[in-house]
Design a protein around this ligand. Structure first.
Ligand code: NI
Length: 212
């Protein structure tokens, strides 16, 4: 919760900056443009597992930050297709009574069809829906599960996004964006057996972009 409110402050500051910058000459985004954005991505899971076999209780994944990049191609002045990518996010997996029992890395590439509400403005909010594929890898056990193995299935699900670009000059802009992703996996523990784990994160991005 704390993390989410901090991100809201960052979003609020960027939007305020955008309103202040709204007076500078606007540079339109139009059909055929590529928008490339680089910055920091933060994945904040909200889900938890079903009841863990054998030991009972639940596990959940903690949040993680790494470098992220996204590419948008504008198919019309208003409509774009965006691909989100990142370096791997590392998450601790914590059991409610046993503490940290595992960690994993994941990559959540997300493809979004978006609508840009004001492509002719220096402040361009947009929103869209799409799909997320999340690959889990480098799973490791620790603590109570040390010495055993755990595997997490990949996930495929829906995603939604909202964001805003705020012009710095005619080529460069700030971006802040947020995704809600439906990410659910099945854990297969050599000690405990199989159980479902909902990750269902909010993902946040802040960075700079360039228009090509
Ligand atoms: Ni879910």
């Amino acid at each position: 919760m704390h993390t989410i409110s901090r991100k809201r402050h960052i979003l609020g500051a960027l939007i305020a900056l955008g309103l202040a910058a709204g007076a500078v000459p606007a540079h339109a985004v139009q059909k055929g443009d590529w928008l490339i954005r680089g910055g920091l991505g933060h994945v904040a899971p909200t889900g938890e597992s079903g009841t863990v076999p054998v030991v009972g209780g639940k596990v959940e994944a903690d949040s993680s930050t790494n470098l992220a990049v996204n590419f948008t191609y504008m198919t019309t002045d208003n409509v774009g297709v965006e691909l989100l990518g990142a370096l791997p996010f590392r998450h601790d997996i914590t059991h409610n009574t046993l503490g940290k029992v595992a960690e994993t890395k994941e990559l959540p590439p997300t493809l979004i069809l978006l609508y840009n509400f004001s492509p002719k403005s220096g402040v361009r909010p947009y929103a869209g829906v799409g799909v997320n594929y999340t690959a889990f890898f480098s799973e490791k056990t620790t603590g109570a599960l040390a010495g055993t193995s755990i595997k997490l299935d990949d996930s495929f699900g829906l995603a939604a996004e909202a964001g805003v670009d705020v012009d710095i000059d005619k080529d460069w802009f700030f971006n802040a964006s947020v995704w809600r992703m439906d990410i659910d996996t099945k854990a297969d523990s050599s000690l405990l057996g199989k159980f479902d784990v909902a990750i269902d994160p909010w993902a946040y991005f802040v960075g700079v972009g360039r228009r090509f």
